[in-house]
Design a binder for this molecule. Structure first.
Ligand code: SF4
Length: 356
């Protein structure tokens, strides 16, 4: 017998959350700045990986004014390795919006939160419910999975209409405001999706606080849900990457890096010099000569694949010690940096880290 979905479900989820919540640094208080930064970091990244990034970020940029005033390079460096760097840039734009439009105080109304750069429905709902105890659902992949199982609903969870439907279902179930429970319900659902009603493998229905409300469990169809439409295939791009040094980095030698264009993928971040296509050793050597680097031979790396959301880079690297610090005639110039400068100042995306 399945129980009707009502506030009994809400109580089961919030009660379970109170007992089972993981101790995470952004759960120590309900400051909107803390919730916001952690939620943006957690998009596409595992909780365990975010923990360190979050602590480092808060040490360097503890509040909205410090983020608004920071150098973009520092912000990107703090983000290095988390990927999707537009998230970091948007955080800074939004911090500046808060300084200019809201007197430095995080807005409390959903529409004003949602209007900040880089904040979508999910993040706005998370901030409004967790930091401000408002009855605002935050619908992410975890929540969609749980709700599609609870209702045994075979709608495509990638469809905007499904998200809208789930948000409307949840809006009815949120606890009353003023008791500090709205945030627990939001976090309880997300936590349940991460720990019990898991995305990969079998959900742990036997310990699930929502089991008696769950139609998928009653019908034995948990593993068929949720339904996700197939993604479009990613574009493949062959690239040749140059690791050009003018001596051993351990002995003070320098390596060529340059800034990426201001628009598009990994905008404004650093990169190792690279060109489209897979060059042969002769072509690569020629290219390094054209840049004026006077390479003394080349060593080819094994191939490395880096996956972005819409494109895959299949990269071949060539290592070379050069006798001149050359640079291209056009486009961004090379900067020749020491290992220490690379570590401290250069926001090199993980796509290129492999070659170091
Ligand atoms: S009972 Fe099982 S399928 Fe249903 S919500 Fe709980 S873990 Fe998920």
């Amino acid at each position: 017998m399945i129980k009707a979905l009502d506030r009994g479900f809400t109580g089961a989820v919030t009660g379970w959350y109170t007992e089972n919540r993981r101790d995470l640094p952004w759960r120590k208080d309900r400051q909107p700045y803390h919730i916001w930064i952690s939620e943006i970091m957690l998009q596409q990244t595992r909780v365990e990986a975010v923990r360190e990034y979050y602590l480092r970020w808060m040490e360097a940029l503890p509040d909205i004014p410090s983020l608004a005033e920071a150098d973009e390079e520092q912000v990107l460096k703090l983000w290095q390795g988390l990927g999707y760097y537009s998230r970091a840039r948007n955080l800074q734009v939004a911090a500046r919006e808060i300084m200019e439009q809201h007197g430095g105080v995080f807005p409390t109304e959903f529409d004003k939160i949602r209007a900040l750069k880089g904040i979508g429905d999910y993040t706005a709902g998370a901030i409004a419910s967790i930091a401000f105890d408002q009855r605002m659902p935050a619908v992410d992949g975890n929540v969609l999975r749980i709700m599609s199982r609870i209702h045994a609903d075979y709608s495509d969870i990638k469809a905007a209409a499904t998200k809208k439907k789930v948000a409307a279902q949840l809006a009815e179930l949120y606890p009353e405001e003023g008791k500090g429970l709205c945030g627990d319900f939001t976090q309880g659902l997300i936590e349940l999706g991460a720990m019990v009603c898991v995305p990969n493998g079998k959900p742990q229905c036997e310990i699930c606080p929502a089991a008696e409300f769950c139609r998928a469990r009653a019908e034995g169809v948990q593993m068929e849900l949720p339904v996700k439409a197939e993604k479009k295939a990613r574009r493949i791009e062959e690239r040749t990457v140059f690791i050009l040094t003018n001596g051993s980095l351990e002995e003070g030698g320098r390596m060529a890096v340059r800034k990426r264009p201001a628009e598009g993928l990994l905008a404004n971040l650093a990169e190792l010099p690279n060109v489209l296509g897979e060059l042969t050793p002769d072509q690569a050597l020629q290219r390094a000569w054209v840049w004026g680097c006077s390479p003394a031979g080349l060593t080819r790396s094994s191939k490395f694949k880096h996956i972005f959301s819409h494109v895959e880079w299949h990269m071949t690297g060539y290592y070379s010690t050069c006798s001149d610090c050359g640079t291209p005639d056009e486009g961004e110039p090379f900067r020749w940096v020491t290992a220490e400068e690379m570590e401290a100042e250069v926001p090199l995306p993980s796509a290129f880290q492999y070659f170091l």
